[in-house]
Design a protein around this ligand. Structure first.
Ligand code: ATP
Ligand code: MG
Length: 260
């Protein structure tokens, strides 16, 4: 049984002269739900792209399921379902939901070797998981933002990955879709999968994450939720006074300057 899904050892990533990640080291365990929190420009997207081998570090080593990404890129990509931040899809092409989900099989299988019936079986199963079986033939552009995000999660799930990577999946979607997505991700972890997700939304994270990373170019803190979520580390992340407030037995984070 593999212990770590992702291992960064002294990783630095730069775009031209701008450093996006500086000397980042951590080990994300398998079969856990890990959330990455940080302000705009903190390097969240860069970190996730580095895991996928879409961005190459200047220095340091990146391993996924024990293998160096630099030398096992295509093998590793087959094991990861990826939902990018605000996916760029050309909606002028009239693609159906079914088309979008089957795109997730490209690269995983040689499409010549997999029957049309098998593709449809996999697509239907993935859409069922996100609760959108009825929208198979619907044009993707006709869906709400939340429904589109669920379809993109089905696209990531269709190849039966070992790990899901989601980059701010909740931005601009309704609460109902967010709750469906959280449930789908939790079930994925319950069945042995690993989830890594970036988000701005701190409060729901307190309910569902197992591990939390606070990132701002460097790792401010990383570990099990209970150890990491404290006022001191959140204040370091946001540079503002941060307090925890208990309401009806639930913990909430309050960020901001109370004198303002
Ligand atoms: N392709 C690129 N070329 C040049 N600079 C980039 C590129 N992508 C990101 N950067 C810079 O790298 C830094 C980290 O960006 P990144 O997108 O990883 O942050 P983020 O935490 O995902 O931010 P956000 O919350 O806005 O999505 C920023 O300063 C950004 O401007
Ligand atoms: Mg980002």
């Amino acid at each position: 049984m593999m212990k770590y899904a992702v291992e960064f050892d002294k990783v630095t990533v730069a775009y031209e002269d701008r450093i996006a990640l500086l000397d980042v080291s951590f080990k994300i365990p398998c079969n856990k739900f890990t959330c990455i929190l940080g302000p705009n420009g903190a390097g969240k997207t860069t970190l996730l792209k580095t895991v996928l081998g879409l961005v190459e570090p200047v220095t340091g080593s990146v391993k996924v399921f024990g293998k160096e990404v630099a030398t096992h890129k295509s093998e590793i990509r087959k094991l990861i379902g990826y939902v990018p931040q605000k996916d760029v899809m050309d909606l002028s092409i009239p693609v159906t939901v079914k088309d979008v989900v089957s795109m997730g099989l490209y690269g995983r299988y040689s499409l010549m070797l997999i029957s049309r019936r098998k593709i449809m079986e996999k697509v239907s199963k993935a859409l069922k998981i996100v609760g959108l079986s009825n929208l198979l033939e619907t044009p993707f552009s006709h869906l709400s933002g939340g429904q589109q995000q669920r379809v993109l999660i089905a696209r990531a799930l269709v190849k039966s990955p070992r790990m899901l990577i989601l980059d701010e999946p909740f931005s601009g979607i309704d609460v109902a879709s967010r709750d469906v997505i959280i449930k789908v991700l939790k079930e994925f972890v319950d069945k042995g999968g690993t989830v890594i997700m970036s988000t701005h939304d701190i409060n729901p994270v307190l309910d569902y994450a197992d591990y939390i990373m606070l990132l701002n170019k460097s790792v401010i803190t990383f570990g099990p939720k209970e150890e990491v979520m404290n006022e001191e580390s959140l204040s370091r992340l946001y540079g503002l006074k941060t307090r925890f407030i208990s309401l009806n037995g639930r913990k909430y984070v309050f960020i901001g300057d109370e004198s303002a």
